[in-house]
Ligand binder design. Structure first.
Ligand code: ARG
Length: 444
């Protein structure tokens, strides 16, 4: 069914008709569309635009559609979009009265309202998945007790860190993602119903009634901006891209750590794959797929930025292209978070291999320099001397040698770790406090 046509004397060309259809994609909005219709009808009734009997008929029919959808009935048909589908089904149930849902409203403000509701729900869903992965990281960090491993800069061994500290580093990047999705929720949380096609309506529309019904906490300030603004969708795509980037860093680390060269972790059989040719292989595919999908999230953000760039006010059909990248990002990110959670929850940490790597004396050279400074050497001299113990140990003078030997006698891996005790540091006392903060955030 078409929601327009009075001025047209020819049918739409079937090629163009198919080109313009968005039902397959925007049927994801169906529940939000029905809720928005219900809120709109309530507002029209309260503003005495729709008689009570008519409003009740429409409300009953829409509520029946909602419960049918909940029990699994499909959205099917050759309708132009989800709004046309809703009106067609409604017409089958209540006749011409169905078209009253269009009074004081346009698809332009309707679609944005639906889309905002979708983004708000998506933010909450992703926040819940983030919390699950964060809880797994906390659990794995706690299980790792006092295990340590080399920390790296430039992928070169640098200083020792507790495994728990390393795992919690990822917890905090996910915590920022969680916060960002909360900010995105707030950005989307604005009811623009009433903006109409672009200029509002001659009917006594009251957006605050619809807002209250739909759970929005703000209403539009400007109808032109209301139908044109897609900042909330851009922000959602940015949040997804940033979160996916964090996951890709975790993924890359797991790929490296599972290599024979590192040998720090072993993937669970249920979360890895084999080779069709090489029987000995066990491949870290979940991590590689997460890493490989990251480009998709960046692409989706750039796609929508490009769609809205230089677009004149107000609604342009280009804006129909706003939804597919958001749907893709939401669906793929939910999957990536679940896969990372399953992988992380079942990963075997080879703590003995990590511990052996952490015995590398090079990891304590910074501490050696610090001891020399405490013994009275200027920092630059201490740094230089400690460096020469690595590159040129045979050519130290007798005095230098005895200074270095006495400094080494004060040093062990445990001491080096324990001494890193200030907030945020990699040592056991600090990590214990960090775990407490993390547990508090998760209400564990
Ligand atoms: N399917 C359209 C979209 O997603 C709905 C709005 C159509 N508005 C219009 N003026 N053709 O943008």
């Amino acid at each position: 069914m078409k929601l327009w046509g009075g001025r047209f004397q020819k049918p739409t060309d079937p090629v163009f008709e198919e080109f313009g259809r968005s039902l397959e994609s925007d049927q994801r909005l169906v529940v939000h569309d029905l809720e928005t219709c219900l809120a709109h009808i309530k507002m029209l009734k309260e503003q005495s635009v729709l008689p009570e009997v008519e409003a009740a008929k429409l409300t009953d029919a829409l509520e029946t559609m909602l419960s049918e959808l909940e029990s699994g009935s499909p959205v099917e048909g050759d309708d132009e979009d989800i709004h046309s589908w809703v009106e067609r089904i409604l017409k089958e149930r209540v006749g011409e009265l169905a078209s009253s849902i269009r009074i004081g409203r346009s698809r332009n403000d309707l679609v944005v309202t639906d889309f905002r509701l979708y983004v708000m729900a998506a933010c909450r869903e992703i926040q819940a998945l983030l919390r699950e992965l964060q809880a797994t990281l906390v659990r794995r960090a706690e299980e790792s007790k006092s295990s340590c491993l080399p920390g790296y800069t430039h992928l070169q061994r640098a200083q020792p860190v507790l495994l728990a500290h390393h795992l919690l580093a990822h917890f905090w990047s996910l915590e920022r993602d969680h916060r960002r999705f909360g900010q995105c929720f707030d950005e989307a949380d604005c009811c623009i119903l009433g903006a109409g096609a672009l200029a509002g309506s001659s009917w006594p529309v009251d957006p605050s009634i619809s807002a209250k019904e739909l759970g929005f906490s703000r209403i539009l300030q400007n109808s032109l901006d209301g139908v044109s603004d897609r900042d909330f969708a851009l922000q959602f795509l940015f949040c997804c891209a940033t979160c996916a980037t964090h996951l890709s860093r975790m993924a890359q680390e797991l790929v490296l750590w599972s290599s024979s060269e590192f040998g720090f972790v072993r993937f669970d059989d249920a979360w890895s794959t084999g080779s069709s040719l090489m029987p000995q292989k066990k491949n870290p595919d979940p991590a590689e797929l997460i890493r490989g999908k990251t480009g998709l999230f960046l692409g989706n953000l750039v796609e929508l930025l490009t769609t809205v760039k230089a677009l004149p006010l107000a609604y342009n059909r280009d804006l129909q292209q706003d939804k597919p990248p958001v749907f893709r990002s939401k669906e793929e990110l939910s999957a990536c978070l679940q896969v990372m959670n399953g992988t992380m929850a079942t990963l075997e940490f080879k703590t003995q291999v990590m511990q052996a790597a952490a015995q590398d004396k090079g990891l304590l050279i910074t501490d050696l320099a610090d001891v020399l400074v405490r013994q009275g050497l200027p920092f630059s001299e201490a740094h230089h001397l400690a460096g020469r113990t690595v590159s040129d140990p045979d050519n130290l003078s007798g005095e230098e040698k005895s200074k270095v030997d006495s400094a080494w006698s004060e040093l062990t891996l445990e001491k080096a770790l324990k001494s890193r005790a200030h907030p945020g540091a990699a040592g056991p006392d600090s990590v214990k406090r960090q775990l407490e903060s993390a547990r508090e955030i998760l209400s564990l």
